[in-house]
Design a protein around this ligand. Sequence first.
Ligand code: FAD
Ligand code: MG
Length: 293
Amino acid sequence: MRFDVIVIGGSYAGMAAALQLLRARRQVLVIDAGRRRNRFASHSHGFLTQDGADPAQIAAAARAQLARYETLSWIEGTAERAEGGRGAFRVTLAGKGEAEGRRLLFATGVADALPPVDGLEERWGRSVFQCPYCHGYELGRGRLGVIAAGPGALHQALFLPEWGDVTLMTNGALSLDEGERADLAGRGVRIEERAITRLEGGADVRLADGEILSFAGLFTTSRCRPATPVAEALGCALEETPFGWQIRTDAQKETSVRGAFACGDVARVPHSVSLAVGDGAWTGAQIHRSLVF
Ligand code: FAD
Ligand code: MG
């Protein structure tokens, strides 16, 4: 069968787009590898009606609602390659053959490159965070540590006093001039320039001289890139954002390859479940219109 639309990535953005298309009785294939970006977190915050819910439950409830539509096909798997163009795309799946579609949607999300601090990766989404709106409130106005991974740490450290008592750990990744030091002091932010050896316990930071700084939670900035290179290999242009790289789209969310669209974290900043869902809903409707007119 040639599908009307093949959606690569069946998480919040991809499912929100698919829902609009299914409600227009279009034949939709969703291919999903099941690796949501927030799979490390046990609670998701800031999405209306789901505040504090398990992010896996939000995705499972959405999938159950999509499954009621007869024109949905769903493959649990990985899209390895996409070829062709508007009207005739072909997607190759790892070990599961090929699929053809008139339109293609990349809702693949992004992958986070984290700073190489020992013990950080296993605490990502548990006691090390990026987004204060998502995780700041629960830290109860306690001590917050910022682990610098580049220049973005300055902005993060200046913003975070809204949520607690902040220490900026430069860890060799950030050098501060006098004006920046004064700005930080003005916001009550402490500066710690001793190198970090590793993270321990919940959110304890062991410094090179052995001293341990204890925090309610830690923040850092990741660099993002599309979770898979499939769109780039098809020829979709990327663009740089303050957070890394994303697929470039126009106002209708069409990429530089005609007939191929992108939505969610992989095609907009900033990033959240709400914004991914909103972007997906818009994009689903735009793809539908492109099939009609
Ligand atoms: P994703 O949810 O990342 O989903 C992309 C999907 O595409 C995945 O299922 C993936 O497996 C699939 N995929 C990718 N490539 C392929 C391929 N080649 N073939 C098949 N499938 C593929 N936001 C909030 O609003 N509240 C929070 O509390 C919150 N907490 C977060 C905590 C952490 C630790 C992180 C990292 C992020 C958090 N976020 C939170 C942000 C949120 O996770 C993202 O904004 C949201 O997941 C974006 O949705 P998406 O559908 O665009 O992409
Ligand atoms: Mg996405």
